[in-house]
Design a protein around this ligand. Sequence first.
Ligand code: SF4
Length: 187
Amino acid sequence: MYCNQPPEKPGNKKELLEKITNMARANSLWVTAYGTGCGSIELRPLGTSRFDMERFGIAMRPTPRQADVLIISGYLATKTLKRVIRVYEQIQDPKYIIALGSCTINGGMYFDSYNTLNVLDKYLPVDVYVMGCMPRPEAIIDGFSLLMQKIKDGRAHGWKHYKENLDYYRENQKKIITDWDLPDYNW
Ligand code: SF4
């Protein structure tokens, strides 16, 4: 699975610069305000004074073009997949995906449903999964911490994996989206 790739070690000046840049990226995560499933409910408390996600540099943005994180907040319906692909591909590189809840991992309580997806990273490159049904705000913050660490370590390159393996992703996506009318890629 893409999620478990080992960290890269900095060797030259270019890689050192990338490491410093990654530290800046990790401390300034802007999230596309877009919900797919029940887990969206648990995102709202993150903005309150109790959890205060902005102290970590995490902020919600109204458009994918100003964001670098996409949260798949629970089950992903087959009808929603096309919209999520469109949103993801409009986010500029580097970009990251956090998937919330059991439904994104193995289908959860909808594992045998005809209209939800079971294993999300067959369709989109997930950087961090957060377990639970539904994950509490503390668990989501923990997921963000894990993502920050992966970015700092140079391991959060799902966006590169997506580009390099676009044929694989497209093949899986087109098995679900029968009326495919998206452009080749929106970057
Ligand atoms: S994991 Fe639970 S809370 Fe999340 S989308 Fe699935 S059923 Fe809803």
